[in-house]
Design a protein around this ligand. Structure first.
Ligand SMILES: Nc1ncnc2c1ncn2[C@@H]1O[C@H](COP(=O)(O)OP(=O)(O)OP(=O)(O)O)[C@@H](O)[C@H]1O
Ligand SMILES: [Mg+2]
Length: 253
């Protein structure tokens, strides 16, 4: 990490200059924030888990033809990514009511929605990432109508992929957020999934028990966040099953 130029430090990750033009190194920190950074903590091991999990989901998306910024994992906390021009939107896909939507509409948390709902918030921490209609996005030029059609199609493909992967390990994908960026190949522009896909940016409930396995554990003080993320990683086979974050030595006799 030494001598590498830091490009940006956010709440959960740091971006460094990559080894080649058009690349960046994304470093996953252990910092957790919620409620627009009003609540903060350092959670040992979170960055390592999110690096692995984001690698797992992005690799799977690339494999089924959904383009992402992911190139390769470098080490426990870092991955090589393509530098993109981030569209200043959080793209949220909801399958079941939860969080701000449940609150806004007076819906019960967990109520099934008639179909997946895609919504957008404008990425601006000072404003608290306000929900914005497509009309605003196009009028203010953050994205074109064509971009929006492509973004919704991409988001729904990510939703189907992630829902299926999670269902396979007994987890319900309630909702998630992605960021999308632009990559330029000469005159041609492509939209790719960027940032991260991890339990920090999804709501994941155990199908049988309803137990929360995502950042709500931290937001709502429901227990140990690392344990929850480790459980997701273990079920997906992303961590060898004998690896835990226990620090005590085990005696062999
Ligand atoms: N491939 C990429 N190219 C360029 N920027 C990226 C890429 N992927 C993610 N980013 C940006 O890198 C930053 C990641 O840091 P982090 O998620 O910690 O930020 P944050 O504190 O959530 O702030 P922000 O409000 O900017 O998202 C984000 O600003 C994200 O938009
Ligand atoms: Mg972020």
């Amino acid at each position: 990490m030494a001598r590498r130029k830091k490009i940006y430090e956010g709440k959960a990750k740091i971006l460094y200059e990559g080894p080649e033009p058009g690349t960046l190194v994304q470093y996953f920190k252990d910092d957790a924030t919620a409620f627009n950074a009003e609540k903060k903590a350092t959670i040992e091991g979170k960055g390592v888990l999110n690096n692995r999990l984001s690698e797992y989901f992005m690799t799977g998306l690339n494999a089924i033809g959904v383009p992402t910024h992911f190139i390769k994992r470098i080490n426990m906390r870092e991955q090589l990514i393509r530098a993109v021009e981030i569209i200043p939107l959080e793209i949220i896909v909801r399958n079941f009511a939860a969080g701000s939507m449940a609150k806004r509409l007076g819906l019960e948390e967990g109520a099934a929605l008639p179909r997946p709902i895609v919504e957008f918030s404008y990425k601006d921490d000072k404003l608290g990432d306000p929900l914005v209609p497509e009309e605003y996005i196009i009028a203010f030029g953050w994205a074109s109508q064509q971009d929006m059609d492509d973004i919704v199609a991409l988001a729904l493909r990510v939703n189907d992929f992630l829902s299926g992967v999670m269902y396979g390990v007994g987890i319900k994908l309630v909702d998630f957020k992605i960021e999308i960026g632009r990559v330029y190949d000469g005159d041609y522009m492509r939209l790719v999934v960027a940032d991260e896909i991890s339990p920090d940016s999804c709501r994941l409930w155990d199908i049988k028990t309803g137990q929360k396995l995502d950042k709500d554990v931290f937001r709502r003080d429901l227990g140990n966040l690392t344990d929850a993320y480790t459980e997701v990683a273990r079920r997906l086979g992303v961590l060898p099953s004998n690896v835990t974050h226990a620090t005590k030595p085990t005696l062999i006799n």
